[in-house]
Design a protein around this ligand. Structure first.
Ligand code: NAP
Length: 554
């Protein structure tokens, strides 16, 4: 399908949610477009992350596109939090409904993207050495799409099976009567452990740092299905007893609430400070949020993300819950984090802590007994040998920049993105980087991205990019890039807003701490989604202030 003769108007790299919507917009704009996808089908992160228990922790009624009213009216989610198979089915439905597949080249991985300054176009090369030329390029490559596979000593000597949660096989993995080890206790492991514990003979959880998690309280969604209802209630977000028809009836208001929020998500926010209420009141609010479930726990009080003392009240509440839920007090202690809650991304679970009360689970504390090496039959820590049939790496991702760096991206004057960003990802609004004309990143570092409901953020970015392309067409502009000044100021602002935020108060993938040798910078924009959108809109209204058009490409 790829043509190496023509020069495309646009090449989109990736066919996850960002790639699919970009493709939809490109076709609407009648651009000569192709999307290149390394997988054999659409879905991006939901194509790869098919480990047992994988599901989204943003409500399905919000974790879905809003660009098409018909689509959001006709699609029927079945659970409050959709499972990975259901989300993948949705992505496939979108691809079919909008006839997007005809413009996607599957099983094709872009290896390099170089700007040809003589010919003024991008030249991309894929894994089969095909050349693809294009005027514009959109990196819809995802934020969590390059695996973090730590170089464990002698890993190759292990004779059993090894799987990574982020690249789970498409066939069924039989865990019955198997001794399984799982390394890592982040969101992926927290979802996976309660699922597989019911299958395995014994599960060894190798934990380096405990993670905070709150119960999801997932449930099937309720449909009226013709039953009459006296009135239609207004959804707040994360309401447990609303009928779907009520949400759909009020969908535009519901979506507006998300647009005006910090995390692009409608959820109940309590504007009180945790420190300005009585201890009893505070406990009641936390208890209520804990019982309702999900990420609204962290919005129980307005200052949990900014004030360490306020944050500590929420952290203490969860620590007490761990104590009450995990029967073995030593295990409970090991599972209890000592850093601020919400620094590492708050996980949402179904029976995570309860899993540790099962007879067939052992928690291995890597802090006191470090993992030394793999061997033919399993894992050696400084204290024990663990014989294992299967090892699951739930060790996360080289987030936000990993996939961009895997592609050899070279802009004007032979500047490589990897070198330009060696001390941290510098760009303007997370959308474009100086020296890389007509190359856009979706939900890249420098944008709210992973701190938000990703689908809302993706749609905002894609809309902005296509408005910009339209503006360029109408104003006879051929090239756009961020100005160095705007990008330096944005980067500075990005770092400033993160300093006092709880998210930058511990070592996490947000700051690249999980990857050896990676620059330590806070990558996503933590200033809030609605403020960010205001800034993007202001920039476009002011003829793309901070961007420069048609400067020499040499
Ligand atoms: P993660 O949060 O980065 O967790 C990785 C885990 O592996 C951590 O416990 C980490 O320990 C451990 N680890 C890494 N290297 C290790 C090593 N060399 N030795 C021992 N342990 C090691 O990765 P994740 O769980 O895949 O989640 C990543 C992100 O994906 C999440 O934050 C979230 O944004 C997204 N996600 C979302 C959902 C959802 O929507 N429900 C589900 C899954 C994932 P340390 O903490 O000590 O580094």
């Amino acid at each position: 399908m790829i043509s190496n003769k023509k020069i495309y108007d646009l090449v989109i790299i990736g066919a996850g949610f960002a790639g699919l919507y970009s493709l939809y917009k490109a076709k609407l704009a009648k651009l000569n477009v192709i999307a290149i996808e390394r997988a054999s089908n659409v879905g991006g992160t939901w194509y790869w992350n098919r480990y047992p228990g994988a599901r989204c922790d943003v409500e399905s009624m919000q974790y879905s596109y809003q660009f098409s009213n018909e689509l959001q009216e006709e699609w029927e989610w079945t659970e409050k939090y959709a499972t990975q198979p259901e989300i993948l089915k949705y992505a496939n439905h979108v691809a079919d409904r909008f006839k997007l597949r005809e413009n996607i080249q599957f099983n094709s991985e872009i290896k390099s993207a170089k700007f040809n300054s003589d010919k003024n176009h991008w030249e991309l090369i894929n894994n089969t050495n095909q050349l693809i030329k294009t005027k514009f390029c959109i990196m819809a490559t995802g934020c969590l799409s390059t695996l973090n596979k730590p170089k464990f000593k002698n890993i190759e000597s292990f004779k059993g099976e090894i799987y990574h949660t982020g690249n789970w096989p498409h066939h069924h993995i039989n865990l019955k009567n198997k001794k399984v080890g799982i390394i890592g206790t982040g969101s992926s492991a927290i979802q996976c452990i309660p699922e597989i514990i019911n299958e395995v003979e014994h599960l060894y959880v190798f934990q380096r740092t405990p993670h905070y998690t709150v119960p999801a309280r997932n449930k099937p969604l309720k449909y009226l299905k013709g039953k009459t209802k006296k009135y239609m209630r207004e959804p707040v977000g994360y309401d447990n007893d609303l009928f779907i028809e009520e949400v759909k009836y009020n969908y535009s208001n519901f979506r507006l609430k998300a647009q005006n929020s910090v995390a692009a998500m409608a959820l109940p926010i309590n504007h009180q400070s945790a420190l300005n209420v009585s201890k009893e009141r505070r406990e009641t609010v936390f208890e209520d949020r804990w019982n309702k479930g999900g990420v609204p726990f962290i919005a129980a009080f307005e200052d949990l993300n900014f004030d360490r003392e306020a944050n500590e009240t929420a952290a203490k509440f969860v620590r007490n819950k761990i104590k009450s839920l995990v029967k073995d007090s030593h295990v409970a202690k090991l599972l209890t984090p000592d850093y601020p809650i919400g620094c590492k991304r708050l996980a949402v679970d179904s029976n995570y802590y309860e899993s540790y009360n099962k007879p067939n689970i052992s928690l291995v504390d890597l802090k006191t007994t470090p993992l030394e090496e793999f061997y033919a039959k399993g894992i050696n820590t400084s204290k024990n040998h663990y014989e294992l049939d299967i090892i699951i790496l739930a060790t996360g991702f080289d987030a936000m920049t990993g996939t961009l760096f895997n592609i050899d991206i070279e802009g004007k004057n032979n500047i490589k993105l990897k070198n330009k960003w060696s001390e941290g990802p510098k760009n303007y609004l997370g959308l474009a980087s100086s020296g890389f004309p007509n190359l856009f990143t979706i939900s890249g570092p420098g944008s709210p991205s992973v701190l938000t409901n990703m689908i809302v953020s993706i749609e905002q970015h894609v809309n902005w990019i296509f408005d910009c392309i339209e503006y360029m067409k109408n104003n006879n502009k051929n090239f756009i890039e961020a100005s160095l000044k705007a990008e330096n100021e944005w980067y500075k602002h990005n770092q400033e807003v993160s300093i006092d935020h709880v998210r930058s108060s511990c070592s996490s993938w947000y700051i690249g701490a999980n990857i050896k040798g990676k620059a330590k910078n806070f990558m996503p924009y933590v200033g809030g989604y609605s403020k960010y959108v205001e800034k993007c809109d202001e920039v476009s209204k002011n003829n793309y202030q901070g961007f420069i058009f048609d400067v020499s490409n040499k």
